[in-house]
Design a binder for this molecule. Structure first.
Ligand code: ZN
Ligand code: ZN
Length: 572
């Protein structure tokens, strides 16, 4: 089955077979893989969303397996669970109230504080109409909704979206119509409050509450809904507002995510980490690709019931032959991956073992569709360590089409370890049309394929377990994560930290030979200003990025451990 060109490995395989009776070694089977996925992807776990009961049930199941095979608990305080605190969402507080032109409006139905809003009270005797609230850069056109308007210290009333292109055929509003851009423009010009309205032909809804990556501004920002304007008897397209008093209150709801961690001590104190995230999207979330109207459970059989089942089986396998191991092996089921690598980032920065002894990290995420991919298996990260590359270059399997990719950065948990300079391998059987949809269910899983992937993993672990050479970390040029999103014509080459709670945009990683790296940016730098744009959070960052063109030079101010550092970035 396996054709390994290293004679040393072949010798070891023979030795291993001769020394240990094979019946005592636990063999991974399609049936046992299926049993785990049947539990994890069952409707009763409701899609295992972080912070929800289904996540807790899944964690208990994984913990039960670790316990039954007597792994050492390596979570918090010698338990199997490691807890990570995170901001789950932003909710409306109890204090929200608004009186416009002397008439009190109803929260939600008639007005809605926006996620970007400060929590504050206000009393505006002047609310200045500024149309679409767009002020263009000179290069982009002469359009300016703020021309001849004095808004300093006053509130502004802004229409969402942009003027029709029929009326303005030569002006491209795309870069200017985002809420982020309008909010930042108004603040920069001195506004003390912002009220938005929705043009009549557009949908008058807005996410009331939601994910928590927005950093609030210093001023109240409120959507005046159509029902509220109707109650006030105002023109829906250009309401005349003479006074607005009230209070906004947005509350961050924190919650706890749980990693499940078990450990097999080896004969040396070098450790290999094997991980897979077990959380998924629950009933859908902003990451869902499901477009139907009825809410549906996202069971995530492939994402990532498959990888979770595999690490449970790998734990059983290694527990049955622990005396053979030189390395210690740490098994970890991560939570909160879907919300921005919450669990893996927490573990990577709060390891419950000596982090200097960690030699490599293996991540399994979506390995349940091999047959469908013509038996294809992709291994990412082989460029993160020279020995990985040598190993995989000399390896081939008769029954698996192996593709190796050097890059160690990708949208899954191994990235958190890569960013800590630990060599990583990430196993993946490919994307498919059920990705992040309710149809990612157990009926489409290739259980035998998961067993095959597990064998590739054990082959690699067994090889490196007796590898005597160096396992030095190498940065990789990133081939995969640089996908450009539609509206950005430039790249910066940094990996945003999606769960950073401070002001600015923190770079989890800097990609070699890309603009950020060339300008001298370091992992962990926090971008607080780009050119003239203040960067308060990831939304400001994305909005600012949209304003630059290839070849532009931009002064970037970063906060590096409390020190302000000026960099010159040339966008590509
Ligand atoms: Zn995943
Ligand atoms: Zn996912």
């Amino acid at each position: 089955m396996r054709r390994q060109l290293f004679t040393i490995a072949v010798t070891l395989t023979i030795l291993t077979g001769a020394t240990f009776a094979s019946e005592t070694i636990y063999k991974i089977t399609p049936d046992s893989v299926e049993k785990h996925i049947a539990v994890l992807a069952h409707d009763s776990l409701e899609g295992r969303q972080v912070g929800e009961i289904g996540e807790w049930k899944a964690a208990q199941y994984i913990k039960g397996i670790f316990q039954s095979i007597e792994l050492e608990p390596k979570g918090d305080d010698s338990t199997y669970l490691q807890s990570c605190n995170f901001i789950k969402r932003i909710d409306l507080g109890a204090k929200n109230r608004l009186t416009v032109n002397g008439v009190e409006l109803e929260i939600e139905e008639e007005f809605l504080p926006m996620l970007q809003s400060a929590s504050t009270s206000f009393d505006f005797s002047e609310v200045v109409w500024v149309d679409y609230g767009i002020k263009m850069e000179e290069d982009d056109g002469a359009y300016d909704d703020y021309e001849n308007k004095d808004i300093e210290g006053k509130a502004v009333l802004v229409k969402r979206f942009a003027p029709s292109s029929e009326d303005n055929p030569h002006i491209d509003f795309e870069k200017y119509e985002s809420l982020t851009n309008k909010i930042n423009t108004a603040i920069k010009l001195g506004a003390a409050g912002i009220f938005f309205i929705t043009p009549e032909n557009e949908n008058d809804t807005l996410m009331a509450v939601g994910p928590a990556r927005i950093n609030p501004k210093d001023i109240p920002i409120v959507l005046l809904r159509r029902k509220g304007l109707q109650k006030l008897g105002l023109d829906l397209n250009k309401p005349l507002i003479t006074s607005a008093t009230g209070e906004t209150e947005l509350v961050k709801t924190r919650d706890t995510a749980y990693n499940v961690v078990g450990y097999i001590p080896g004969n040396t104190n070098s450790t290999i980490i094997i991980g897979a995230h077990y959380d998924h999207l629950g009933w859908g979330s902003s990451a869902s690709h499901y477009t139907g109207k009825e809410p549906m459970i996202h069971n995530g059989a492939d994402d990532n019931g498959s990888g979770t089942a595999a690490i449970l089986e790998l734990a059983r396998h290694y527990a049955s032959r622990s005396e053979q191991l030189n390395y210690s092996v740490l098994f970890i089921a991560f939570s909160g991956e879907e919300e921005g690598l919450i669990g893996s980032k927490h573990f990577a920065s709060h390891m419950t073992i000596d982090s200097s002894k960690v030699r490599m990290m293996i991540n399994l995420d979506m390995i349940g569709r091999m047959r469908e991919q013509d038996n294809g298996l992709v291994v990412f990260g082989v460029g993160t360590c020279a020995a990985f590359k040598n190993y995989f270059d000399s390896l081939s399997y008769d029954d698996i089409k192996l593709t190796v990719i050097e890059g160690g950065i990708g949208p899954s948990d191994h990235t958190a370890f890569y960013n800590r300079k630990i060599p990583v391998m990430f196993f993946f059987t490919g994307a498919h049309e059920d990705y992040h949809k309710p149809s990612d269910d157990i009926d489409k899983i290739d259980f035998n394929g998961i067993v095959q992937v597990s064998h590739v993993v054990t082959d690699a672990i067994d090889y490196f377990d007796s590898f005597t050479g160096e396992l030095a970390f190498q940065r990789t040029k990133d081939e995969k994560s640089s996908r450009r999103r539609g509206r950005y014509s430039v790249t910066f080459g940094i990996m945003p930290d999606y769960v950073y709670e401070g002001v600015g945009l923190r770079a989890d990683g800097v990609i070699p030979d890309r603009p950020g790296d060339k300008a001298g940016m370091l992992d962990g730098d926090v971008v607080v200003k780009m050119g003239k744009y203040e960067i308060g959070d990831i939304y400001d960052y994305m909005d600012a990025l949209g304003k630059f063109r290839k070849g532009d030079t931009c002064a970037v101010l970063v906060d590096r451990n409390g020190e302000q550092v000026n960099l010159q970035v040339i966008f590509e």
